[in-house]
Design a binder for this molecule. Sequence first.
Ligand SMILES: [Zn+2]
Length: 183
Amino acid sequence: MKKCLICTTPVMFLKFKCQDGHVCKTCYEKVSLNFSQTIKTKTKEELIAIHQEQSQSSAVDNFEISRKINQLVLFDDANKQFCLPNHMKYSGETLQPEFYPFTAIKACRIEEHQILKEDKDKSKKLGTIKVVLNLNDGQAITRNIWLIPKPIQIDNRTYQTMMSLAQKVMEELNQTKEGVPTC
Ligand SMILES: [Zn+2]
C-alpha cells in the first residue's frame, strides 16, 4: 500500500502526486499552502521542509500554555503539542523556538557525565547534566536540554537542583508520550 511521504499514513483514493511519490490530503492541504500551489514538481525533502514551516507557524498561533517546566518545556494539553523555547543557555546552540505534537516524542533520557578531578591532595567529582530528547516529526530529530553544560562539583547544591529538574523534564515528557495512543 502507498504511504504518505510526509506523515507515512497509508493513502488510498485521495492522494496527491509529487516528484517522489504521494502525500495524503491532510498533508497536502499544508504543503500546497491551502490548495493554492501545486506540488507535482516538488521533492520529498522540499515538501517536508514546507510542511514543518507550516506546522510551526500554525502552532505558534494556536499555542496555549497549560503546563510548563521553568523555561525548558511548555505544554499545550488542549492542542496536544509542546514547545521547546530553545533558549541559548539550555540548548547550547542557536535555534528558534520549536513546536511539536505530543506524538513526536519518541524517547527522553538524562545523560550525566562525571569526571574525577585530582586537586593537590583531594579529588573532586565534577559532572554535567543534559536531557536528551528524541523526536520524530516526519524526520528524526535530537534535541539537548542542558541543565549543567559546564562541569561543576556534584555535591554542589545547584547540581542537585538541576538533577531533580532534569528528572522532572524526563518524567513529564515520558508521561506525555505515554498519554498518546499509539497505532
Ligand atoms: Zn500525510
